[in-house]
Ligand binder design. Structure first.
Ligand SMILES: Nc1ncnc2c1ncn2[C@@H]1O[C@H](COP(=O)(O)OP(=O)(O)O)[C@@H](O)[C@H]1O
Ligand SMILES: [Mg+2]
Length: 384
């Protein structure tokens, strides 16, 4: 197995959502073939890949057959079972490796790893029973957040506790399963750093991105984040430390809380391109997806230079409540780019696409992307 995977080769993606779709688009531009593996058909990734394999993740024969046909395997979905990654790794290098997945896909392992590596996290304790939770509240303090340890995303499986009386409800809300109890951080803002690490250990990051969540789902990202330079530098340093401690080959996003005294706490890691990095597609010389491709193929990383300040707004399924959004109205903004993921069904909370705006300042980009998104909903009343 040669380390360099040159253009023309086939790359395999575990998972088939929008992250895989944008990865596949970047890979195909560079002349690669893309195979995707997930339980579903007609997926966002499959629609633009050369080959879409639909099989359960625990069908290890199907996983092996998939891996045999590609030169390298990466993923866009980190909740792939460890056995799947092992089966694939027997036939093709998997980048980032199984250990990165193992750490990132379970919140207790993730926070434990970060704390052990000397990286700053909020106070936390493991919770495996209601009694643990009661004891944990005394240790961690109030308010606190209880999160199920495995399978959480977009705020699913989380409960905030304002008082000890809410313990029972919170324990039920996470499904009475292994969880992590964290101190609730009264943050000033949330930021993220998307970075890549090549096979040769070189590191490149996109600087600090500011993130605003709505109902626990990312709503708007803005780059650069409005934080003092030392905070930005420290976020970059911590991100590099996480990449190196995990020996990542690929892309890693580190989500941070900026506290009111200007210090940083790591909230979570994503060992793949991240929603907050979608603006790199339009705003940076090398997108986070091309960077993932370069890293996992053993190629030099590209420049992360941002050409202009930028902002990204997610388009959730809720936008479809009144029918098809008014695409032309958003596209009437000349500096706004529309991305849609090819999902047929628009469910509330489902990520259907995003808009990116470029402008002279981050604040202008944010205003512009919000206006464009508002315009999507402002459809003229139909008269007959
Ligand atoms: N300990 C915390 N203190 C304050 N806010 C939190 C905390 N944990 C999560 N949140 C809020 O909920 C959002 C989603 O939580 P996160 O742990 O990132 O889960 P997910 O995997 O769903 O993204 C965070 O971006 C933040 O806004
Ligand atoms: Mg998160």
């Amino acid at each position: 197995m040669s380390n360099l995977v040159p253009p023309g080769a086939a790359v395999g993606v575990l998972g088939s959502g929008q992250l895989g779709r944008m990865f596949a688009m970047a890979a195909r531009r560079l002349g690669y073939r893309v195979h995707t593996f997930s339980p579903d058909r007609d997926t966002p990734t499959g629609q633009v890949a050369d080959l879409e394999v639909a099989a359960p993740y625990d069908d290890l024969d199907a996983v092996r057959a998939f891996a045999r046909q590609v030169a390298v395997v990466t993923f866009e979905f980190e909740n792939v079972p460890a056995a799947t990654v092992e089966a694939a790794a027997a036939w093709a290098p998997v980048r980032p490796g199984g250990r990165v997945l193992h750490v990132a896909q379970q919140r207790l392992r993730e926070k434990g790893f970060l704390a052990e590596a000397g990286l700053p996290v909020a106070r936390f304790v493991p919770v495996r029973s209601l009694e643990d939770l009661r004891r944990g509240l005394a240790a961690v303090g109030l308010p606190a957040v209880l999160k199920q340890a495995a399978w959480g995303y977009d705020g699913k499986g989380q409960a905030k506790l304002a008082s000890a009386a809410e313990a029972e409800t919170a324990w039920a809300a996470v499904g009475a399963q292994e969880s992590i109890l964290e101190a609730f951080v009264d943050f000033e803002r949330e930021i993220s750093v998307v970075a890549a690490r090549g096979l040769d250990g070189s590191v490149a990051d996109y600087g600090v991105i500011e993130n605003v969540h709505r109902h626990h789902i990312l709503d708007v990202s803005t780059a650069p984040a409005a934080v003092p330079e030392p905070v930005a530098v420290e976020a970059g340093r911590l991100t590099r430390a996480a990449l190196e401690a995990l020996d990542v080959v690929g892309v890693l996003c580190v989500e941070f809380f900026v506290t009111r005294d200007g210090s940083l706490l790591i909230n979570e890691l994503a060992p793949r391109p991240h929603n907050s990095g979608h603006l790199t597609v339009d705003a940076c010389l090398t997108s986070q997806f091309e960077q993932q491709l370069r890293a996992v193929c053993g190629l030099p990383l590209g420049s992360t230079e941002r050409l202009r300040p930028a902002a990204m707004a997610n388009l959730l399924g809720d936008l479809w409540a009144q029918g098809e959004p008014d695409w032309a109205a958003a596209l009437a903004f000349p500096d706004v780019k529309l991305h849609l993921y090819g999902k047929a069904e628009a469910r509330p909370g489902r990520k259907m696409g995003h808009l990116t705006a470029l402008a002279a300042t981050a604040q202008d980009a944010r205003l512009s992307v919000l206006r464009a998104r508002d315009a999507l909903g402002a459809r003229p009343v139909e008269t007959s």
